[in-house]
Design a protein. Structure first.
Length: 289
């Protein structure tokens, strides 16, 4: 099932919520917790932290318990080690432990990009922890079987070479800018986001070397992912690059009964490029499940 949601209404104004900290698997993770009701756990993408979800905070917290946390090594806090445990497997285990630590039963999980891949695998392994799952453009290339789509992934993936080169040279700021532009398929796109957003992405640029040095994440087949027993909604931006569209739609095809929602006037960073449209998709998802 594919849904096309309406064009956006005016954006909701930002607001700040003080962060808390919680010990998870030997790490100290920052999170924000606001509102009452069923918990909605938000998982950010690469080179970001829980501030990624500020445009969604007010919309979710009106009727639900909004919980957004910074994954291990992300955010401004000191690391508990030198970064040697940075991996998808670490972040998957941390997400499961974080939901258990809330001690509220299964949670809605909303995740984007790298965090969306983390959340998908966590939900597949721990369905008892997840009430329903919404993922914005996860990337699991092993799900893509069409030869032409595989060629597109290879061709477009070449664009990451400049990001890797900047990271290897220790230029975290350039690498972060280039990565943001690449994932959105929009040269110069980094300079179009708000100053606050640029600031927190650049502050998380210190993770870029860890990200590209990390071991490969789990390779899932479509048959393995089809065993997901959690209600799933996949979102993608209307103008997202082909690489991200192919990966997102592969997840949708592999999970029977999942929904695909297209966010208008948005690319990969849909939650900040069209907050009103993305929030509408979230609220519809929460009301449905």
């Amino acid at each position: 099932m594919q849904l096309q949601i309406p064009k956006p209404s005016p954006d909701l104004g930002p607001s700040r919520t003080p962060s808390r900290h919680i010990a998870i698997n030997g790490a100290r993770l920052a999170y924000v917790d606001e509102g009452r009701g069923l918990p909605v756990v938000c998982v950010h993408g690469a080179f970001a932290d829980h501030r990624n979800w500020e445009p969604q905070r007010a919309a979710i917290a009106r009727d639900y318990r909004f919980v957004a946390y910074s994954q291990r090594y992300f955010g401004p806090d000191p690391w508990s080690d030198a970064g040697e445990h940075y991996s998808q497997e670490t972040h998957i285990a941390d997400l499961a432990a974080f939901i258990r630590a809330l001690d509220t039963g299964p949670a809605y999980v909303i995740a984007r990009s790298y965090g969306a891949t983390v959340a998908l695998i966590a939900a597949l392994r721990h369905p008892e922890l997840v009430r329903a799952l919404l993922v914005q453009e996860p990337q699991i290339k092993s799900l893509v079987s069409d030869p032409e789509e595989q060629r597109i992934l290879r061709d477009e993936g070449v664009g990451l070479a400049a990001v890797r080169a900047a990271a290897s040279a220790g230029d975290d700021e350039l690498a972060t800018r280039l990565f943001f532009d690449w994932v959105n398929g929009q040269p110069g796109g980094f300079d179009l986001i708000s100053e606050d957003a640029r600031r927190f992405h650049l502050a998380n640029g210190r993770t870029i070397g860890l990200h590209f040095a990390a071991p490969p994440g789990p390779k899932l087949s479509c048959a393995e992912l089809s065993a997901l027993r959690v209600p799933l909604t996949v979102t993608r931006g209307e103008h997202t690059r082909r690489y991200m569209r192919i990966c997102a739609e592969a997840v949708h095809r592999c999970v029977p009964g999942s929904s695909l929602v297209v966010i208008p006037n948005a690319r990969h960073a849909a939650s900040s490029q069209n907050p009103a449209g993305f929030n509408e998709a979230i609220l519809r998802f929460l009301a449905t499940h």
